[in-house]
Design a binder for this molecule. Structure first.
Ligand code: ADE
Length: 243
């Protein structure tokens, strides 16, 4: 899968991309990252990428020309792919969106900066708008990295463990069960006996129950939407009664 990022801060991407498991996946040819500096697509002496807003008011607005030129010149040689603007006004990112985007061969991510971007970019260049949550950051670079990370780890071969992403919180519609590793006793705190039993049937039942309980207690909103068997629904009802 290929990611094309358009940004005014290209240097912010490599520290994370090069230090993480994503770099290894790129070396193995599973991922390609192309980070483009929007400033390289300006033609004036000062390489201007922003200007004051029409109608007055504070802040600066990203100019349309360099953004259009950057995106169009890079994507003109590629088959059509979504151009996603990172903005707090977009649809809120979640695991379902990550899974959908992970089916595509390429996505382009446009990082906003300053107070905003010229509306014509939004109307005539961008095909999707995504927010990573209801808070405002100084730019779309961290949100773009979050999208890349969440999507890339879903691609076959990117995680060391081929089933690595299967039990993730949210992947199955539930939060993930608790994990333990050695030592079996740490500061007097033990490990649930079931996990030491070697009985794989019991262990997987325990994990499913723990995932259900965790989701019930922490995210009842997502439990409502999860697909549960009759037995699981009864387990939840019994649990609610007990509490
Ligand atoms: N840019 C600034 N804040 C953002 C957010 N919450 N999500 C996506 N892009 C942003």
């Amino acid at each position: 899968m290929r990611f094309d990022v358009f940004t005014l801060l290209p240097d912010t991407f490599s520290p994370y991309l090069q230090a993480s498991i994503l770099q290894k996946a790129a070396e193995r040819g599973l991922l390609e990252f192309h980070v483009h500096n929007i400033r390289d697509y300006t033609h004036d002496r000062h390489h201007t990428t922003d200007d004051t807003p029409y109608g007055g008011g504070g802040g600066m607005v990203m100019k349309p020309e360099p953004v259009f030129e950057a995106v169009e010149s890079v994507l003109s040689t590629q088959p059509a792919c979504p151009v996603i603007l990172m903005t707090p006004q977009g649809r809120v990112f979640n695991q379902k969106i990550a899974l959908d985007l992970a089916t595509l061969p390429q996505v382009a991510l446009l990082c906003g900066r300053y107070e905003g971007i010229d509306e014509r970019i939004r109307e005539h260049l961008v095909t999707d708008e995504i927010s990573i949550g209801d808070y405002v950051l100084t730019g779309g670079e961290l949100p773009a990295l979050i999208l890349i990370d969440a999507i890339a780890r879903l691609l076959p071969g990117v995680l060391g463990d081929p089933d690595g992403a299967m039990d993730d919180s949210h992947a199955s519609g539930l939060l993930e069960y608790p994990h333990y590793t050695r030592p079996p006793e740490f500061r007097g705190w033990g490990v649930p006996e079931t996990l030491l039993s070697g009985d794989h049937g019991r262990i997987s039942r325990w994990r499913r129950e723990q995932a259900l309980l965790r989701t019930l207690h922490r995210r009842p909103d997502i439990l409502e939407k999860a697909e549960l068997s009759k037995a699981e629904q009864k387990f939840i009802e019994d649990q609610k009664r007990k509490e």
